[in-house]
Design a binder for this molecule. Sequence first.
Ligand SMILES: Nc1nc2c(ncn2[C@@H]2O[C@H](COP(=O)(O)OP(=O)(O)OP(=O)(O)O)[C@@H](O)[C@H]2O)c(=O)[nH]1
Ligand SMILES: [Mg+2]
Length: 197
Amino acid sequence: MANRTPARQRRRHGGQAVKIVVTGPFAAGKTTLIRTISEITVLSTERGITDETRARKRETTVAMDFGRITIDRELVLYLFGTPGQERFDFMWEILGEGMLGYLLLVDASRADSLAEAEGILGAFRQMARVPFAVGINRSTGEPGEAEQVRERLGLGLEIPVMPCDATDKASVKELLLALLYAVLDDVEAESAQVAGG
Ligand SMILES: Nc1nc2c(ncn2[C@@H]2O[C@H](COP(=O)(O)OP(=O)(O)OP(=O)(O)O)[C@@H](O)[C@H]2O)c(=O)[nH]1
Ligand SMILES: [Mg+2]
């Protein structure tokens, strides 16, 4: 009960609720990331895996994960996690509708994770021109790792690319903040363009 009043007040005072999508390859840690940071119990749609990828993990997201994080009285983020398996890629567009930005999570411990990430990023960039940030889960901590990921994905320096331990709240927060700053930069750049005519 205690949490309900502030939420109602927030809506009454015109606070913003925005949608952020967490995407990335199979088993990158998307569901884990949302569970780590969400202040509500995450609604997940995990089902047992029956194909050959079962060797890697027992369950996979088949529709979405849903979580929430309150930044302050003015801003609440709704987090939507995508499935990682390609056969559920029809969900990307459904979940991407109206998003403010997205996180692309990759798995540094798997070479094919980056190839999968490249395809997902291509689809997302075509779907929506919104800011995004890249998180490197299970980072090796080796110098140059972020630069290699940046290069492999063909990203400029304006895109945040950083290690992100999906099991660590502070680390997930840092990645989310990087995305929010990228969103602010984007809004400022657009306002300057409008003002400049
Ligand atoms: N050691 C370690 N394990 C992790 C980390 N993040 C996720 N895992 C584990 O890796 C597995 C995959 O994580 P999920 O969060 O299910 O990955 P996902 O990206 O949601 O996977 P799909 O929905 O199947 O694409 C789970 O068993 C997690 O417990 C991490 O940072 N470190
Ligand atoms: Mg998942």
